[in-house]
Write a protein that binds this ligand. Sequence first.
Ligand code: GRF
Length: 190
Amino acid sequence: PRIAIFISGSGTNMAALLYASLLDNSHYQVVLVASNIPDAAGLEIARAEGVETFVHSHKGHSREAHDAAMEAALIGAETEYLVLAGYMRILSDEFVRRWEGRILNIHPSLLPKYKGLDTFARAIAAGDSHAGASVHVVTPELDAGEVLAQARVTIRGSETPGSLAERVKYAEHQLYPRAVADYVSARKAS
Ligand code: GRF
């Protein structure tokens, strides 16, 4: 299947997804990397590998207008699945409904715990033994869709939000390509 990836930042998960897709026997192809942030670092990584990129700043546009521009790029690239990787915009309900079951996200917590922001500080403050990341299907309600796969990371005694974030990132880079491959393969088979 053909996947597009939306990013807003460093794009390290996008890079993990992209390079996994370039291995033999990959289950998906990255056809587009798009961002609402014109200088998002991940865009250069995509360009380096010859992947089409698209930039549309959300500034000065309504949510619906911004989503419409992003969606036009998705359609232009004949995208089958949209994979969010550090995309810091909430998608409009209408957009999510049109792409229902075809949008995935990665969230840096063991959902259903810690939806939203500051997940690492909240896990440490709660005295949790583990933090982690969850890949889930995107629904109109934030971080609430079906969880497809999770990676667990031990919280040590000396942990800071920053040290935890770094290790969860490593885990995400293993988790996300596999979860995307499993999801698109299963949907293709059914
Ligand atoms: C990841 O931690 C992901 O869980 C969250 O945003 C971060 C994106 O990081 N949704 P990167 O841009 O992939 O490095």
